[in-house]
Design a protein around this ligand. Structure first.
Ligand code: ADP
Length: 480
């Protein structure tokens, strides 16, 4: 059941106020009476009256004053003024000041009913209006909250996000877009093709905007030297295209790794092909029975064997590289004694050293064990020692030194071999790089050893120093 509308009648004339109460109660309203302004104020503060009927001539606080107070207290209370003929003008003033209507004395029950009904309708209308307004404000608030949330979310993304409406204007973008594409605030609402200069992205946007067969697109592009994967998808609602969303993901690192891998594969294939070709050539000759001289045959087999050795070394180096890549994140760090490792590796090379008549001198300081992956340390020293032997001269010298140098550990391998040309020193750490000249022609190798060394040293944030003179020898110093 609807709540009864509350009506207050303020009149000091008992007969009038009581008559009003009777008529209006009969009409189904909840009616109260006040004989003066201050009593009326108290009642209004306590109860929620929808309509107040005020006699302008009141003892104490005047009707006008009361009206004024009501307006300030709650402007949604609908006021009706009762006025005698002489104060007709003041009724008009009161209406002008905010009273809704007036009723001149004397009045009939019908007149009162009609005016009060009108006032109650007005009151209902006001209430409805306020409800709608409140709802609207609430919705606006929610919308603002949603907008803020959306903004926070898209601004926290590392991918650039841009939204274009169906007129081709940029309507939303995030911080990453600002950074990557250099978009400025004043460019919002401007045509996308004027804002974004990158041709690939523009063409993609145009292709989708065309509307012919609306589809999502994905392509790679470069911006300021970096690689990005651009994805564009239309925004649709009930088959109608509202615009599109562009996103850009930085794939520079992925692209770099993928390029290195392709180049590496090409190099591997190349490095494998040439020894295989040579071996195949020798085998063919022998199978065809062209070579009859046994000495020559043995010579060919020996050469083929050297090539097979090269291939085996290559496979081992490649496996070491692959292992290092895979274990980069899960190194097994244990306290290692580098001096001990050096001695173990040297032991394995004793025979080779003797074969070349090389004198090896070691001066290993007893440095306290430090955290490292033992395999890494073995590989590191093996490669350096192997080179110092390979690129040495028969009867040459090798000095291995280990000592503390400040906060670092210094590992030094010095040889009296062929040395490295100054302009090649930078390159020897590249994968597959080998110095190719008369002196190295007969020395087999893969060109991977030093790249393994450099990867290991880098993974310990270490440093490598190379000093070398052609025909005199080389010194490789590692600082860990
Ligand atoms: P590999 O020895 O298998 O060819 P590395 O990566 O170990 O590959 O070395 C790259 C190149 O650097 C070698 O081919 C050689 O020309 C040069 N090099 C490395 N160590 C020495 C050294 N101790 N003395 C002279 N040249 C060296």
């Amino acid at each position: 059941m609807l709540e009864k509308e509350k009506i207050l009648v303020v009149d000091d004339e008992l007969s009038i106020s009581q008559a009003c109460k009777k008529i209006l109660t009969k009409e189904g309203f909840d009616v109260e009476i006040a004989f003066d302004g201050s009593k009326a104020k108290k009642l209004i503060e306590k109860k929620e009256f929808g309509v107040v009927i005020v006699d302008l001539k009141l003892p104490g606080l005047s009707g006008d004053e009361l009206l004024h107070w009501i307006r300030e207290f709650d402007q949604d209370i609908v006021c009706i003024v009762i006025t005698g003929y002489p104060s007709y003008d003041s009724a008009v003033t009161s209406v002008k000041e905010g009273a809704y209507d007036y009723i001149p004395k004397p009045f009939t029950a019908g007149e009162l009913r009609r005016i009060v009904r009108k006032a109650v309708d007005r009151r209902l209308l006001l209430r409805k209006m306020h409800q709608l307004q409140e709802e609207r404000e609430k919705n606006l608030q929610l919308l603002a909250q949603e907008k803020t949330k959306l903004k926070v979310v898209i601004n926290s993304m590392t991918d650039a996000v841009l939204v274009v409406n169906n007129k081709g204007e940029l309507v939303l973008y995030n911080l990453a877009a600002e950074r990557i594409l250099g978009i400025k605030k004043e460019e919002l609402e401007r045509p996308f093709k004027e804002v974004v200069k990158n041709q690939t992205i523009r063409k993609m946007v145009e292709a989708i905007m065309d509307g012919r067969g609306v589809f999502a697109l994905s392509r790679e592009t470069k911006i300021n030297g970096k690689s990005y994967l651009v994805n564009i998808a239309p925004v649709k609602e009930d088959e109608e295209m509202l615009g599109l969303v562009v996103s850009l993901r930085d794939i520079t690192e992925i692209r770099r790794i993928s390029d290195i891998k392709s180049a590496f594969l090409t190099m591997v294939a190349h490095e494998v092909r040439s020894p295989l070709g040579i071996i195949e050539g020798y085998l063919d000759l022998m199978l065809k029975g062209v070579v009859e001289d046994k000495k020559k045959m043995v010579q060919m087999l020996q050469r083929a064997k050297i090539k097979v050795e090269t291939l085996r070394e290559l496979t081992e180096d490649l496996l070491s590289l692959a292992r290092m890549e895979a274990e980069r994140i899960k190194k097994r760090l244990v306290p290692v004694n580098l001096a001990e490792i050096i001695r173990e590796v040297v032991d394995l090379y004793q025979e080779k050293i003797k074969e070349r008549n090389i004198r090896l001198k070691m001066s290993l300081q007893n440095i306290p064990p430090f955290l490292a992956d033992k395999n890494d340390m073995v590989l590191l020293f093996t490669n350096l020692l192997d080179n110092a032997i390979k690129y040495n001269v028969d009867g040459g010298k090798i000095e291995v030194g280990l000592r503390k140098a400040g906060s670092k550990i210094e590992l030094r391998v010095k040889d009296t071999g062929i040395g490295i040309p100054q302009d090649k020193i930078e390159k020897i750490f590249e994968e597959f790089y080998r110095v190719k000249d008369e002196k190295t022609r007969m020395i087999s190798g893969t060109g991977l050893g030093l790249s393994i060394v450099s990867k290991i040293v880098n993974s310990y944030q270490g440093r490598i120093k190379v000093e070398s003179r052609e025909g005199e020898g080389s010194i490789f110093s590692i600082y860990l």
